[in-house]
Design a binder for this molecule. Sequence first.
Ligand code: FRU
Length: 500
Amino acid sequence: MVSQTLRDARKYEEAMEKKIDSENRPGFHLAARVGWMNDPNGFSYYKGEYHLFYQYNPYDSHWGPMHWGHAVSKDLLHWEYLPAALAPDAEFDRDGCFSGSAAVLPDGRQLLIYTGVVRETQPDGSMRDVQTQCLAVGDGVDYEKYAGNPVLTKEDLPDNGSKFDFRDPKIWKTADGTYRCVVGNCTPERDGQILLFSSVDGFSWKYEKILAANNKRYGMMWECPDFFELDGKGVLLTSPMDMLPQGFEYHNGNGTLCLIGSYDKDSDTFTEEHNQAIDYGIDFYATQTLLTPDGRRVMIGWMQNWDTCNLHAPDQPWFGQMSLPRELSIRDGRLYQNPVRELENLRGEEVRHENVTFHDVIKLAGVEGRKVDMELTLRPADPKNIYHKFAVRFAQNDTYHTSVSFRPHESIVKIDRKFSGSRRAIIHQRRCQVHNKNGNIKMRIILDRFSVEVFVNDGEYVLSATLYTDLAAEGISFFADGDVTMDVVKYALSFTQENA
Ligand code: FRU
């Protein structure tokens, strides 16, 4: 039974979507159908298609009553909107259907697990959101909320677990067909922890243990956890709130954290060995992963930043987009990310310039555009005299540009969108310290109208940022202080139904 609230949302989004010109949206990054989008939810493969749900307020381009928007794709790049999947229409989620995930049931139905939010008056008279975990079951389009909701409540928390911050369940099926789930939580002091739950049938859940605890190291409450094995390691991804910067890591306020360690399946013991930010740009939060049918671990995130996401004009018809889906791997103990290989199918015209030696500013024939996949391989023209700075500028015309620069002597890659058209004094720059050997570095830069994602050294570091520059600014130019030799391979990206 589709509730009136959900019917209203579906009618509204269908009508409003028609008013948004597709040229004014990203091409292959999923954006809100209309209104507001935050976290990716229920990122999964079901009945031959990828499903991506998202935190969604169709009625406003700002956060509000949380629904789940829904889209499907065959290649993770061409997305087709489906009707909104969940609305806050039940007594256990009347103040929001917050983030969650998806799995397949033995009978072939799709199981969604999400956080139900209910605002309740507390004994001291204050109003607080209480969070529980809830289920909905469906066929890939329509979902029915489970009669036994909520399935995890404050009764299932460890002694130090707060019922006010208990959210974002990420479910997975184990080899024996049972289910596991990690949920974000914190102590009464708001110190983050990730709880592990198990279930034989997906409906009845049992608390297992605290899988990882912050112990006041990385921010406060830990949101949107995900846990999986990759290349022989256990990997915990989470998005901590209120982080303090540490060196070049964790500069984003509400940021991202990847913990890599050993995982003993029998005792569910995760032993941390390494920590890093997931993304070093300006806009990235709330990751979620899936396993593709051919065994790739693919991650997507919300390409926004909670500190700047409320500064857009109220009449903007949509706000919020996802990052590119990224294939994950672990090399030398670090997380590597690269665009899903499906992106190569979108490559159109190729422009190649090899061994271009230059200093100062140059433009190269055929190198321009706002839907671009461009690989740059840089080296010093004279290995004994390494250049001081390299920069590539894009989304450029006389008024605007955004740049990615590299200083080999400091090993710093910097993204700078000061001149991207923003009229706000928000953070426009982010720096990241990378490995480089004597001025040799590779960068793959993906532009999709309103965003840039930079993959440094085959995915060792990634920097993502949104930019709302006038689409007429299509120029790309290169700058060097010192003599740089560069190879450029640039593809125009096209996303038509033919390459879907
Ligand atoms: C993270 C988050 C989640 C929550 C959702 C609400 O961005 O705060 O923890 O489920 O957004 O929209």
